[in-house]
Design a binder for this molecule. Structure first.
Ligand code: DGI
Ligand code: FE
Ligand code: FE
Ligand code: FE
Length: 187
């Protein structure tokens, strides 16, 4: 699928603000794919569709999680987590993208998971550092992303976990597993 066709499809699903974010993630993901030798076309499509389900009603997302036998524990954690696996499902069924590498990069773009693929890491980090992002600590992750993708991913995860701890929010186990996998590999 061509970039312009994919963008046209996703634009209808998003607010203008979220669409601009998506453009930022797309450009950043393609840059990272070039730098780290991933498939640029897959990075582009995964980035374009990563937030496809962001504005679906919670009831619809909940129903899809149940009917499609997605991990049930998702339902007891923050609803923010839902649009990633539900997005992968809808991008497959509504848009017709069948490439598992792309679908997994969408599925795991919020929680992460242990042993992420290169493409999954690229979309996760691109989502975190795209030019429109302004949260605290983003500059450090941007700099790390030029040097070492795993270090950038680890720093983004640490920031996210810290952010959730500060807000007294639960942390989804996959997020902890991502952190553990990276920190244990480091040494
Ligand atoms: O959809 P975006 O806003 O572009 O970004 P995202 O899909 O990475 O969503 C991140 C949000 O999800 C962030 O504000 C924190 C929230 N969140 C809630 N619980 C968890 C979580 N993020 C992670 N990684 N792990 C959680 O347990
Ligand atoms: Fe997202
Ligand atoms: Fe993210
Ligand atoms: Fe996003």
């Amino acid at each position: 699928m061509e970039r312009h066709e994919a963008l046209e499809i996703v634009k209808k699903q998003l607010t203008e603000h979220r669409y601009q974010h998506t453009i930022g993630v797309m450009e950043t993901a393609v840059e990272l794919a070039k730098r780290y030798g991933a498939d640029e076309k897959k990075a582009e499509l995964a980035a374009i569709f990563h937030d496809y389900a962001k504005f679906r009603p919670k009831e619809e997302m909940k129903q899809i999680i149940l009917e499609q036998n997605m991990p049930n524990d998702l339902l007891s954690y923050n609803t923010e987590l839902w649009h990633a696996p539900v997005g992968a499902y809808l991008v497959q069924t509504e848009v017709g993208i069948q490439d598992e590498d792309i679908l997994k990069a969408i599925r795991y773009h919020t929680s992460g998971r242990a042993d992420m693929t290169l493409l999954e890491k690229i979309v996760y980090v691109a989502d975190y550092i795209e030019p429109g992002r302004i949260f605290q600590g983003v500059e450090e992750v941007r700099a790390l992303a030029q040097q070492d993708l795993d270090q950038a991913l680890l720093q983004a995860l640490k920031n996210t976990v810290q952010f959730l701890l500060k807000k007294n929010q639960p942390i989804y186990p996959d997020t902890i597993h991502t952190y553990n996998a990276l920190i244990m590999k480091k040494k």
